[in-house]
Design a protein around this ligand. Structure first.
Ligand code: AGP
Length: 587
């Protein structure tokens, strides 16, 4: 959730750390801070707000070693006090994760101490200060042993010209330079390093300008593999787009194209891994889960194989039933979502074959998977997932075709029409303006559809509430009359997705039910009869005609644009919605 950066070398640390934090802002943006070490003295600047609040202070922070943090609040609201780094005695720390036993530790070791923040993280600095007797490594190990929960923490000590990292259940990465070394919670912050090491749980790493030493849980020196850094710097350029969200929606066609091409190189491995599969469980969170709902339809239709979908945060606590030949497909843009990673690990422990569908090679998720289906969406900066969702649909469609026994070349070809059709939807996005205006004024917006349209309805609803804060629900159109219809009145808008000629008449009936209760409605469709029936009665967003199972790619682009335009009308920041972060690495 939070972003961490550390530096030690010959250059001024603050500017380098600031640059890294800018790259990690998607992990949280409610406060930020930097601590640097100069001549055995630690200086700290931390403020509520986005990383740029630190900019005026960078010049004044001396020292060639330091740590920095961009925060997504878990314990204690966004404030200057709760911003990291947290300091005690000779130590300053930044932390990503949740220390579950912090109250217990506080009560046991500091019953009479007034802490300076409401965070769970401050306990790390306090404990280091308490157990430090001149041996930095010993103090780190002692404290790591006391902590329960998840953490990646970077630490500086006034007595040591360098920094240290401890980690459990949260990512921590080391980047190597010439006469300098780097630390981060995520590879994009270190994209300029050719080589990186991904630390393992329980590791303690100590970094100086001259080298890096890594110790395992028993404090034995270990050698961890150096790998070529797969990260490219996040392109922070907006081009002619006012927001990353619009830029990334415009990149949907490229995401589809790259992902379908990439599938050719993994199809063999994926095919071998899926051979013998008799039952599929798909898991993920938020948008990734929603793409799994569509994947269920793909697999059931193409391969006639039973599929269950499970929200990862539920799956991991429900004692799941894993029968022989069960394959668990874990979907995650970041590959670091704690619930999804833990669900995948649990599935593996219970004997399932695990397939990861992700945008992030070398993420925690890929490391516990038997096979990886890559999503080549490119870096996504906006908190709301757009091009990664469509990339996931692409990867999952192709995986479903493999399960159905279809060759990759043919399957990949069957998606060739998708990118140009998505381009048309995006280019004609202006038609959505009237509907966006209705949504911006609504007391609630319902997204309704049947079968595969229901999956996109869920995603449309999530996108709208996430960035516009308009209350919204996604629902199967047929279920409307079993309860939700009671909510319909003149202040509500019901957006119907109708792409299946088979089910068009049924869904059209539901539109009539809404209109006859004086609710407002709109239709997103590629069925001519539906277009004609509702033209002039409600806003009709027309999308190109296509195969029923390609329609989610197109309706997804339409609902993404709708959410974006609604958010702008309400003066929201679509890229950084309140209370959220892009990558949720805590429970
Ligand atoms: C999507 O717009 C959301 N930001 C959120 O639901 C996201 O999809 C979810 O947190 C899962 O993230 P992941 O794909 O990185 O695992």
């Amino acid at each position: 959730m939070c972003g961490i950066v550390g530096y030690v070398g010959g250059r001024k640390a603050a500017g380098i750390i600031y640059g890294g934090l800018k790259q990690l802002e998607y992990r949280g943006y409610d406060s930020a801070g930097i601590a640097t070490l100069e001549d055995g003295k630690i200086s700290v600047v931390k403020r509520r707000g986005k990383v740029s609040v630190l900019q005026p202070y960078i010049g004044g922070l001396g020292g060639t070693a330091g740590i920095g943090h961009t925060r997504w609040a878990t314990h204690g609201g966004p404030s200057d006090e709760n911003a990291h780094p947290h300091s005690a005695g000779k130590f300053s720390i930044v932390h990503n994760g949740i220390i579950e036993n912090y109250s217990e530790l506080k009560e046991k070791y500091f019953p009479d101490t007034a802490f300076l923040s409401e965070t769970d993280s401050e306990i790390i600095a306090r404990l280091l200060d308490k157990f430090y007797d001149g041996d930095f490594l010993y103090a780190l190990k002692k404290v790591a042993d006391l902590l329960k929960g998840s953490y990646a923490a970077a630490v500086i000590c006034a007595d040591f010209q360098g920094l240290a990292l401890i980690k459990r259940n949260n990512p921590a990465i080391i980047g190597y330079g010439e006469g300098e070394n780097f630390a981060a919670s995520d590879a994009p912050a270190l994209s300029f390093c050719k080589q990186i090491t991904i630390l393992e749980d329980g590791d303690v790493a100590v970094l100086t300008a001259d080298g890096v030493s890594i110790f395992n849980e028993r404090l034995q020196g270990v050698i961890r593999e150096r790998i070529v850094n797969p990260a490219t710097p996040l392109s922070l350029e907006l081009g002619d787009c006012p927001h990353y969200m619009l830029k990334e929606i415009r990149e949907v066609p490229a995401s589809v194209e790259r992902t379908r091409t990439a599938y050719l190189s993994v199809e063999n491995k994926v095919g071998l891994t899926l051979a013998g599969a008799e039952r599929i469980i798909i898991t993920g969170c938020g948008t990734a889960y929603n793409s799994g709902i569509i994947a269920k339809r793909f697999i059931e239709t193409f391969a006639h194989m039973p599929v269950e979908t499970e929200i990862a945060g539920e799956f991991r606590y429900k004692n799941p039933i894993i029968t022989p030949n069960t394959v668990v497909v874990a979907i995650s843009q970041s590959g670091e979502t704690a619930d999804t990673v833990e669900a995948a690990k649990l599935a593996k422990r219970l004997g399932a074959v695990v397939v990861a569908v992700t945008n992030a090679p070398y993420s925690q998720l890929t490391r516990c998977a038997d096979a990886v289906v890559p999503v080549e969406a490119g870096s996504e900066i906006c908190v709301a997932a757009t091009k990664s969702y469509t990339g996931q649909l692409t990867a999952l469609y192709l995986m479903a075709k493999t399960l159905a026994g279809q060759g990759a070349a043919e399957a990949v070809k069957s998606l060739s029409a998708v990118a140009p059709l998505c381009e048309r939807v995006i280019a004609e996005g202006a038609d959505i303006d009237t509907l966006a205006d209705m949504c911006a004024r609504a007391s609630g917006v319902y997204f309704l559809g049947r079968d595969i349209d229901h999956g996109v309805a869920l995603e449309g609803s999530l996108k709208l509430k996430e960035i516009s804060y308009v209350p919204s629900e996604g629902y199967p159109a047929g279920e409307l009359k079993h309860g939700t219809l009671a909510l319909i009145d003149i202040r509500t808008v019901s957006v119907f997705l109708i792409t299946s000629p088979r089910l068009a008449e049924k869904s059209a009936n539901a539109v009539e039910q809404v209109l006859s209760r004086k609710g407002k409605a709109a239709v997103i469709t590629n069925v001519a009869a539906v277009r004609e029936r509702f033209a002039g009665r409600v806003p009709v967003i027309s999308i190109p005609e296509c195969d029923e199972y390609l329609s989610p790619f197109l309706t997804a682009a339409a609902v993404q644009l709708l959410a974006y335009k609604t958010a702008l009308l309400l003066d929201r920041d679509p890229d950084k919605p309140r209370n959220l972060a892009k990558s949720v690495t805590v429970e």
